[in-house]
Design a protein around this ligand. Structure first.
Ligand code: NCD
Ligand code: ZN
Length: 346
């Protein structure tokens, strides 16, 4: 039985760090990752290279001294994004990717794209320069059932964009369905997909059965069990197209516990312990490193991190806080619903 894992330092290819007091509170919990793609959905969003550079510096200031984390910045694509600014920010090493939110799809996405034809020149310039597009893959059409929004997005939006923009490198962010898994598998080297920690653990019953549990509500919303199993199969497959993007998305409890509460699960503190548990359960511990530390870097054309981390399985569960404090407020940590015997060593 394996009770020790020594793997390359993991990366998080989809992370929300927020700003201000929340940034100070949550950044230390992701500080042990090597690189993280930082989501730009601040209020107001990060839309220019100059804003991304300033946000990068605020993140560095919020990290503990000597922390490994190297934030990889993104720009928030809007109908008004200037292709020249995107290309210059990428060329100058300020940004790693551009994020596409359909307007209104999720938290702080009001400035997102309303008309995909308007961003065509940006996408073409990105394809030319090799700038990856990270996509929040849900339609916002109110007539489409929320559980179908990912599958419909693939047909109506994603596939047409990819066909119209050959060479565009696309990351399907936080896929939640077997349709997402199948579409990712249908692509070549130019198509990747991130999978979150929580979507490997919960299905929609966790949110809705036996009482409503706002801390399990995130977007895209967790789907039925067959989809969770498809995600487990993809993540543990070792296939290069699938890699970790935690989508750790902290909100204060006050904002979550509302008649209309925010979407997001805060998984940064216990992600690696949960993933080791999941991969062991599926007999795939030997493929954890590919998912957390190798595949994403390769997709982004970066070397794997040179240093390593160690996870040890012990008889007593690892202890994680049930919540952390941000300013005067509390933020609940994702509860996987089982004890975590895999300890992340310092
Ligand atoms: C994210 C957030 O809170 O910013 N929420 C979420 O449920 N995942 C936005 C997002 O990634 O959709
Ligand atoms: Zn997200």
């Amino acid at each position: 039985m394996t009770d020790m894992l020594d793997i390359r330092r993991p990366d998080d290819w989809h992370l929300h760090l927020r700003d201000g007091a929340m940034l100070s509170a949550v950044a230390p919990h992701s500080a042990g990752f090597g690189r993280a793609i930082i989501m730009p959905n601040l209020v107001p969003p990060v839309v220019t290279g100059a804003q991304a550079a300033a946000y990068h510096d605020r993140i560095l200031a919020a990290l503990p001294k000597g922390a490994p984390l190297q934030p990889q910045m993104t720009l928030y694509l809007t109908d008004g994004t200037d292709p020249a600014d995107v290309i210059a920010a990428h060329r100058d090493g300020i940004i790693r990717a551009v994020k596409l939110y359909p307007a209104g799809a999720t938290t702080n996405s009001a400035s997102g794209v309303t008309d995909f034809d308007r961003v065509r020149p940006v996408l073409e310039a990105m394809a030319e320069a090799g700038v990856p597009l990270c996509v929040h893959g849900e339609v916002t059409d109110p007539s489409v059932d929320i559980f179908d929004r990912e599958a419909v997005f693939i047909d109506r939006v994603l596939d047409p964009i990819r066909r119209a923009t050959p060479g565009l490198r696309v990351v399907m962010e936080h896929i939640t369905t077997s349709d997402g898994v199948a579409y990712a598998r249908s692509g070549g080297d130019d198509l990747g997909a991130t999978i979150t920690t929580h979507h490997l653990v919960i299905n929609r019953n966790a949110i809705l059965a036996g009482g409503i549990r706002p801390h399990y509500y995130c977007l895209p919303v967790a789907k039925r069990e067959s989809h969770r199993l498809a995600l487990r199969d993809a993540a543990t497959s070792g296939e290069a197209r699938f890699f970790l993007g935690t989508d750790s998305a902290p909100h204060t409890d006050a904002a979550k516990l509302q008649p209309c509460g925010c979407a997001g699960c805060f998984t940064a503190p216990n992600t690696m312990s949960i993933l080791a548990h999941v991969f062991e359960e599926d007999g795939a511990l030997d493929r954890l490193e590919a998912f957390t530390s190798l595949n994403g870097a390769a997709f982004y054309g970066l070397p794997a991190n040179a240093d390593r981390i160690r996870l040890t399985k012990r008889d007593v569960p690892a202890r994680y806080p049930t919540s952390i404090t941000a300013g005067d407020e509390s933020v609940t940590v994702f509860d996987p619903g089982f004890p975590l015997y895999w300890h992340l060593e310092d």
